[in-house]
Write a protein that binds this ligand. Structure first.
Ligand code: IPE
Ligand code: IPE
Ligand code: MG
Length: 252
């Protein structure tokens, strides 16, 4: 099945004038979705991958510039060996199955997170992630960032270490470290500001996601569980965003 079919007619077309440039999604609720059906959590993760395909396609069709998805946090290693194994298996399967099509659609993939620090036994995943980034790096379509082994605090500390190293090497002075320089040391280097954060499953927290980048992002939380988050649910989030009055500290 094609990921990027344009045959599906949208019922409520989002206002293209007021689309976010950068959407970040905390895809949450796979486990509860499966448990509600009396199924193991991994069943929910499989369904979650299908939902993701639709959301990537829709983002690309709408012309959204950047989409960042939270796939696996630095804290998610706390889960059972079985669940982590299943998630990593799905990841590999996803890239094996979808990469050709994503590349054809000019999607540019970037992994946010520490790939090198993934535990032993995940060499195939590491290689697939690196290959996906390398193959799609010059693509000019949707910028798809996959946050994997990602933690917002870890990202900030890593940026501070990078800049401290450069300062010690005499390449820059502490005064040179502006917000722009700092942002350039983050995984999201060169990305537009995050405009909209969507979290499914009703949880009202960031769970260590894009802590620096979300300073003025709009938040949208829906009770819909991630495997049920379809294009209509996405359009609702985009419509809610279009109605927001973003003041950035000013008066409007
Ligand atoms: C999100 O769903 C997927 C990942 C964190 C990888 P969960 O697995 O967190 O599902 P719930 O929150 O337990 O329902
Ligand atoms: C956040 O969801 C991480 C991802 C969606 C990958 P979690 O399910 O891990 O977050 P908490 O534990 O509810 O905060
Ligand atoms: Mg969860």
């Amino acid at each position: 099945m094609a990921i990027f079919g344009k045959d599906e007619q949208k019922q409520t077309a989002p206002d293209r004038e007021r689309l976010p440039r950068h959407v970040a999604i905390i895809m949450d609720g796979n486990g509860r979705w499966a448990q509600k059906r009396g199924m193991p959590r991994t069943f929910g993760h499989k369904a979650g991958v299908e939902a993701l395909r639709g959301i990537i396609r829709h983002s690309s069709d709408l012309g959204i510039e950047a989409l960042t998805i939270y796939a696996f946090s630095t804290e998610n290693w706390k889960r059972s060996v079985e669940e982590v194994g299943a998630l990593m298996g799905l990841l590999l399967e996803y890239f094996t199955r979808e990469l050709d099509e994503l590349h054809r659609e000019r999607v540019c993939i970037r992994i946010l997170g520490d790939i090198d620090a993934m535990p032993k036994g995940l060499e195939k995943q590491q290689a697939a992630l690196r290959a996906a980034m390398e193959r799609t790096k010059d693509n000019t379509g949707l910028r798809l960032n996959i946050a994997l082994n990602y933690g917002g605090r870890q990202e900030i500390v890593r940026a501070a270490q990078t800049l401290a190293r450069r300062a010690c090497a005499g390449e820059l002075s502490p005064e040179d470290i502006t917000m722009d320089v700092f942002a350039d040391a983050l995984y999201t280097r060169g990305m537009p500001e995050v405009d909209l954060v969507i979290r499914t499953s009703g949880e009202m927290r960031l769970s260590n996601f894009l802590l620096y980048q979300c300073a003025y992002a709009e938040f949208y939380v829906t009770d819909v569980l991630w495997p049920d988050f379809d294009c209509d649910a996405y359009d609702e989030a985009l419509a809610a965003y279009a109605k927001r009055n973003r003041r950035f500290g000013g008066v409007q």
